[in-house]
Write a protein that binds this ligand. Structure first.
Ligand SMILES: *[C@@H]1O[C@H](CO)[C@@H](O)[C@H](O)[C@H]1NC(C)=O
Length: 410
């Protein structure tokens, strides 16, 4: 965590970056990229940082299927050809990103704008400022991690964007074809792009729920830079320590409205998917009261433009789904016993993220991972009490019942 800056500085991210070498025709763009990087220039670190970036993209939870299924080798050396990252960097310098720009650049722009909007609103609620860490990667892409730790409302809040350019080997392409038939299994390697926004908010007040969100876009590209396969994934889910039915209903209702604008079947399908993914199987409990979760939304379902519109609706529904809840609960009175129960529930959150979340597990098993980004989703404090059982008939017991048998909220 090198720099301490305000999130509004992120605006700089949306402006085109001009490096002197980029205008010099005789200087390969790749050199310009390396020279602007603070990363070690040692090529043996390629595997480490490629995987590290993937994990950054997936740091907050559910984005990891990609990285989990397809471990990446060192990037092949093709110094003669501009990469997808080079081409995108050039496009960003040459023109304003608009509706006819490639989806990669539109998604990156969208999630960076949303990150700023969300961070600003959370700063308003909390009264304290986020710490902002921006990084770039030598092979293109980078990220912005915003963390507010020990705020007035939030014990820990993380809102991160990451953009990844990498190369997928033959084995990875073959494995990915399971979900994306349009991929050509005869290619030796394939460039890919991944961009995502991830967030976890842990409030201090035990009456205020934890919330998680992640929306991401993947694309593979042919050597000429044209898109070969693309898909979106993501979701948002709520984890209360004390269950207020009206809060769960409001959260689900807001998500359902966002889904219904695009397809009436999305909400029931993605609500179920969420209940099935965020489960502490060893405890027979879901992590929280759910929300929506989905992956591999591609052209077999709906065209890219409409799918992007759906993702935009989902992400834009975040603030209306959560801000009324945090405003209502953040200053409620609570007892020491209630705080202790929150700490036990936080422990369950940690159990899910460390034991079951695929992105976290994969990330921590690899050298060179950006550990702080991967573990940004963990709460500041949590506890484990031996053989703790809530009293029968208590509010705590009711929460556990609901987590064992997920409800339909809307
Ligand atoms: C918990 O166990 C019950 C009974 O076997 C089962 O119906 C339920 O789906 C389980 N809940 C979760 C969240 O795994």
């Amino acid at each position: 965590m090198a720099s301490r800056q305000r999130c509004p500085r992120l605006l700089a991210q949306l402006r085109p970056r001009v490096s002197p070498a980029s205008h010099c025709r005789t200087t390969p763009i790749r050199r310009a990229r390396y020279s602007s990087s603070s990363e070690p220039k040692n090529s043996s670190s390629n595997t480490g940082f490629t995987i590290g970036i993937i994990l950054t993209a997936t740091a907050l939870g559910c984005a990891a299927t990609f990285a989990y299924k397809y471990p990446l080798p060192a990037r092949p050396a093709r110094l003669d050809e501009p990469t997808l990252a080079d081409k995108d960097a050039l496009k960003k310098r040459e023109a304003v990103i608009g509706n006819d720009s490639p989806m990669r650049l539109r998604m990156e722009k969208f999630i960076k704008e949303q990150q700023q909007i969300i961070v600003k609103e959370l700063e308003r609620v909390d009264g304290k400022k986020f710490q902002v860490d921006e990084w770039e990667r030598p092979n293109g892409g980078g990220g912005i991690t915003c963390v507010l730790q020990e705020g007035n409302t939030f014990e820990k809040a993380g809102v991160g964007v990451s953009v990844v350019y990498g190369s997928l080997p033959k084995a990875g392409i073959a494995a990915m074809r399971a979900n994306h038939k349009s991929l050509d299994p005869n290619l030796e390697s394939l460039e890919f792009f991944a961009a995502g926004l991830s967030m976890v908010l842990h409030p201090w007040n035990p009456m205020a729920p934890t919330v998680h969100l992640n929306y991401r876009y993947f694309e593979t590209a042919l050597p000429d830079g044209t898109s070969q396969a693309w898909w979106f994934g993501g979701g948002s889910d709520l984890t209360p320590s004390y269950l207020f039915d009206e809060d769960a209903i409001h959260f689900h209702k807001t998500l359902k409205e966002a889904c219904d604008k695009h397809d009436k079947e999305y909400y029931p399908r993605f609500k179920k998917w969420c209940d099935e993914y965020f489960v502490n199987t060893h405890r027979n409990e879901t992590r929280g009261v759910g929300g929506i979760f989905f992956d591999d939304l591609d052209e077999t379902e709906r065209d890219q433009e409409n799918t992007f519109a759906f993702i935009q609706s989902c992400l834009k529904s975040f603030l209306p789904s959560y801000i009324p809840l945090i405003e209502k609960r953040k200053d409620m009175p609570f007892t020491e016993a209630e705080k202790a129960w929150q700490q036990i529930r936080r422990g369950r959150y940690v159990e899910f993220n460390l034991l079951h979340d695929r992105g976290t597990a994969f990330g921590l098993s690899k050298p060179g991972a950006r550990v702080e980004s991967i573990l940004m989703s963990l709460p500041l404090t949590a506890s484990w009490k031996y053989m703790h059982e809530p009293k029968a008939g208590s509010r705590e017991a009711r929460l556990v019942e609901v987590l064992q048998q997920p409800k339909e909220w809307v």
